[in-house]
Design a binder for this molecule. Sequence first.
Ligand code: GCW
Length: 695
Amino acid sequence: WLPDCALAAPGRRRLAVRVPDVSEPRGGIAPPGSDNSREVVATLQGEVEHATTTHGGAVVDPDASPDLLLALSPEWSAPDGGTAPSGADDSSSEFRLARAGGRVTVTAATATALLHGWFHVVRLGEAAFAGPDADERHAPALTLRVLDHWDNVDVHPVMGQVERGYSGGSIFYAEGRVRDDLSRVTTYARLLAATGIDRVCINNVNVHAREARLLTDDLPDVARIAAALRPYGVRAHLAVSFAAPMTLGGLPTSDPLDDDVRAWWRAAADRVWATIPDFGGFVVKADSEGQPGPFAYGRDHADGANLLADAVAPHGGVVHWRAFVYDHTQDWRDRSTDRARAAYDHFAPLDGRFAENVVVQVKHGPMDFQTREPVSPVLAAMPRTRLALELQVTQEYTGQQRHACYLAPWWSENLGFRPSGEGDGGPAVRDVVAGRGPDPSAAVATARGGGIAAVANVGDDRFWTGHPLAQANLYAFGRLAWDPTLDPAAILDEWVGLTFAGPDGTVDARVREVLHAVLDDSWRTYESYTAPLGVGFMVRPGHHYGPDVDGYEYTPWGTYHFADRDGIGVDRTRATGTGFTGQYPAPWRDVYEDLATCPDELVLFFHHVPYSHVLHSGVTVVQHVYDTHFAGVERVRDTVAAWESLAGLVPDDVDARVRERLAEQLRSATEWRDQLNTYFVRKSGVPDAHGRTIY
Ligand code: GCW
């Protein structure tokens, strides 16, 4: 079930592709093997052919006044005229769309950018040709737009093949090696190109022994994956183990300041780029949840990241270094250690020390992809570092693709958050990751920003995503990576158009309406029946699905809610708690510190309060839990009814899978409601003001 991108409108027209001779590199045209390769041009020509044979129209000579001309322009280079610094995208990814008298010309300096321009026209459909004459420039706001696959080559005994994967097995690996048939990977690259994503990390950040070898012995197979992605201009990245010089190279140490270690990494990078000329770079999870890192040698994370940066710099490679570093062997009795503080405590002091081709990749919240967290203060604390925002498309903590949960509204809130307050017009997170952070003097070092990365949600499932509607999250991630200011409801509308269009290119109005009803507010619905008011977790340990209020309470993981008979929540204030509020700049450090100003939805993240504490909404904490949990289940019931009204209007197999998932969502939401309500009534002794059934 592959959306064919509603090609009907441009397909009925006369289309042409103009390609300069790329055999001789000139004026900004990069040699084959880069993203200007002939392969991407061939892909574009294939797409145009496909559109006309499927939907009518014709491919014509570029000089025969086509309705749509797609032109690769060797003369045209990026407006700043400059050469991109190493570690940044080394080619311009913008395209130009000119409309005159109902005819459209799309121009770009690279084939990949032109391909993105083609998909832009496809997305617009008929509207691309309508309207007044125009000359528009389209460039992605974020230079680096990456999907991270947590795929293992082997099936891991606990995590399965895809860690936190909910869509079957890996599209890259089967039976302990890279798949022979990678055609699905190329189809995946097409989906990504249609959203604007152009980089994919192909293995899990938890690099196990088998997967570590992708860097060395298995390079030819990695090259095959890169080749399968290349036709759509998507580059491969690899997650590597910091201990590789020891485990793969036989050295006695992985100390980042050791000369032999440095030489080993340089040689490893040289081999990678010799095999895969357009390889993207390395992703590293170090000193985190058991992964090796620089701490073992008394070095810090700038030492560690710069070691790899130095190795990949000659090739224009980039190192994504994750800031997800914390102590996972905490003592729950010790209230002074706060996991939320960890990333800032480790990374903020290193600002300014990272090489220019290092991107520090920061999870959106200070904890771990919970349904509701404040924005990580690290994003406001490192003006001289290229920072990337890391999101989780795969829904580990948001229903695991069994629940319908459209995450774009949440991502959009994160991207729009202004660390210096709403009023002052200071940079939002989307500006920080675009390289326009708070410190103008740092602009050179961070000019291109770190962009955005997300944990991928596809697998070998026939619908790609275990929940067919979770495809909307993949699409929305790509669109927000291109333009973080887009409206989530409008993105959903696009996805519905591209996914559910009939042969004539239009979507039944009822389908559109119901998909909005099912998805628009689904993240808030999910929040309403799960852990309340920003406290997080309360999930079953290990697999993280379903409710278990105290499941993580007495564990070493640092994820506590501290409920007792009097109250609940984590005191993270400077006055009486862990001091985490002090990691934010003004005004947030004070907004969060004070119960009187802390937003309701985060009150238990920042404060320990009595159950009788009255929220800004006017109800007490405990009554809020009851009200939202009862209401949440009712909203899921409405969702089920809305979807069922579409019978016959959507493909039968999609309908059947969505119904099965919705039934599970209703069962699970009911379980959450009853466990949460019962827990709170037993702990607090406060009955529901409306006398509803609590067990
Ligand atoms: O949320 C946690 C997941 C781990 C994951 C880790 C991370 C890859 O439970 O499975 O490990 O985050 O982001 O590294």
